[in-house]
Design a protein around this ligand. Sequence first.
Ligand code: G1P
Length: 291
Amino acid sequence: MQHIKKVVIPVAGHGTRSLPASKNVPKEMLPIYNKPVIHYVVDEAVNAGIKDVIFVTSKEKTALEDYFDHHFALEDALERTGKTELLRTVQELADYVNVMSVRQKRQLGFGHAVLCAKSIVGSEPFAVMVGDDIILGEDCGLKELIDIAQKENKPVVGVMEVDPSMVNKYGIVAGNKRSDGIIEITDMVEKPKVGEAPSNMAIIGRYVLPPEIFDYLESGKPGYGGEIQLTDALNRLAKDRQMLAVPVKGRRFDAGDLLDFLSVNVYFALQDEKMKDGMKKRLQKILAEFA
Ligand code: G1P
């Protein structure tokens, strides 16, 4: 498989799970620790060797493109006041990745969002990331997938085991597990009912796909929720050529889930040597109040 240079990140959604916080601020711009959610997602792509980031966006989401661009008034102010460290942080963001964007003019589903990127992606294999999923751990997430996709020359999705009561929130894969833990996919279902899923291996919003997926998306019919689902197109692709599901090693947080969102903030604070002790003390105090 060719080198993966581009990642498609659909971000046009309204972020209803994060309302009212996401009413005027895109959910991808809500901060976790000291950075917006999208920064973590882009970090994972950069760590996997990707520099071209394609946002499938809407008119409310221009803040994402602005974040990865210069902000000259702010840079001037930081320079004038001698805040060189902050100035460097802000300037580096503008050179971090090449952002391209395409509008998803109607919200017809996750698969439809990926299809909107067709002409920017062209005829090369590419990655897709769900902007809500944050995967932490060294070289975890997209890098693991790209390594395997390239070694095996096959499309790949990232999966994690979930509690059987949660299968209705994910795309679920079924297949044959090899001795190295990788699954050769035989079936995929978008958000099956609890008790009806073919397994509890959930797609966690990381994909490495061939350009042919666009043909499957174009000829796809609406699926779960009346929307064009990427999972349905992938299921048809997996029937025509072998596709792999790779259990991702890192720790996953769903930034759109309030409990996960709060927990990941605490997780980062506890990892920060300067903040760790203070955070622990405050947590202990809070826990004592609720004991
Ligand atoms: C999307 C995909 C689903 C996948 C999930 C991972 O669903 O359609 O297959 O399991 O991302 O986060 P969404 O979260 O957009 O409903």
